[in-house]
Design a protein around this ligand. Structure first.
Ligand code: PAF
Length: 281
């Protein structure tokens, strides 16, 4: 049954709607331009909650000065029609002035986990994410928050923050969703032209290759990463990082283990794509 969500544009109204909601509240934070990956989070939220809130907010503080804040894709009307089909209750759609007024001075920082992988090349990115998610959780006060494993590091950082700062919200990780050919779904895939879209498949293929090597008994990470690197560079991908990590600490490993996660970030043209996979999936 479809139902148009109530679009809320002020913090006070969002708090009121939350206070008058009965039962469990599930929350899906997004930057909009929704795809099946986001919709899978909404579906998970619907299964576990009585009321579902989705936020749509392109958070400026998680973008670096030379990143794509200005061109980040947006399509509010399409987002609302997708959320209508899933009968989402509320869409929280705040403005920059509301979230970061001129007098704004506070930040939430998680150590260590934010200093590796994407944190190395995207300075202050995670500070922006942890800060906006804290603000959204304070306003919406959800019982559950649903996040995709595509942003594996983001999920771990937010779970660490939730536990360290005693948030009552349970942060639930949901599986990464892929296109039919294996490309991880991302709003940024829109930046790829036809030729780049084909080359972008090298991320997924390199993960499959790593998984196969591990299955064949190869645990040496230098060896695995060298093969992945070859495959990606043959497709003109520019590698930011390829690592095999402990999924809990995010620390790099030299020998892959059963639950290791292979994580990578690669530029295809100017578009930075990330992907990851459990090495034994
Ligand atoms: O994953 C995203 O889309 C964003 O980082 C999030 C969690 C909505 C915070 O802006």
């Amino acid at each position: 049954m479809s139902k148009k969500p109530v679009v809320i544009r002020s913090i006070a109204e969002m708090r009121n709607a939350r206070q008058s909601s009965t039962g469990k509240v599930g929350f899906v934070p997004t930057m909009g331009y929704l795809h099946e990956g986001h919709l899978s989070l909404v579906k998970a939220a619907k299964q576990k909650s009585n009321i579902v809130v989705v936020s749509i907010y392109v958070n400026p503080t998680q973008f670096g000065p030379n990143e794509d804040l200005g061109s980040y894709p947006r399509d509010f009307d399409k987002d609302i029609s997708l959320l209508t089909e899933l009968a989402v209750d509320y869409v929280f759609f705040p403005t920059n002035e509301m979230m970061y007024p001129k007098s704004y001075k506070s930040w939430v920082i998680v150590d260590d986990l934010t200093e590796v992988l994407c944190g190395k090349s995207r300075k202050n990115h995670f500070r922006g994410v942890t800060t906006i998610v804290t603000k959204l959780m304070n306003i919406i006060d959800p019982d559950f928050m649903f996040m995709g494993e595509k942003d594996f590091q983001q999920l771990k950082v937010l779970q660490q923050m939730g536990s360290d700062l005693n948030f009552r919200t349970e942060i639930i990780g949901c599986p990464l969703i892929r296109e039919n050919d294996g490309l991880a779904m991302s709003s940024r895939n829109k930046y790829l032209n036809t030729e780049q879209r084909k080359r972008a498949l090298c991320l997924y293929k390199s993960l499959l290759l790593a998984r196969k090597m591990f299955k064949d008994g190869i645990c040496d990470v230098d060896n695995i990463a060298a093969e992945m690197r070859n495959l990606i560079e043959n497709n003109d991908g520019r590698i930011d990082y390829i690592e095999v990590i402990d999924p809990n600490t995010l620390q790099s490993q030299q020998k892959a283990e059963k639950n290791s996660r292979i994580v990578l970030a690669v530029f295809i043209g100017n578009t930075r794509l990330i992907d990851n996979m459990n090495i034994s999936d």
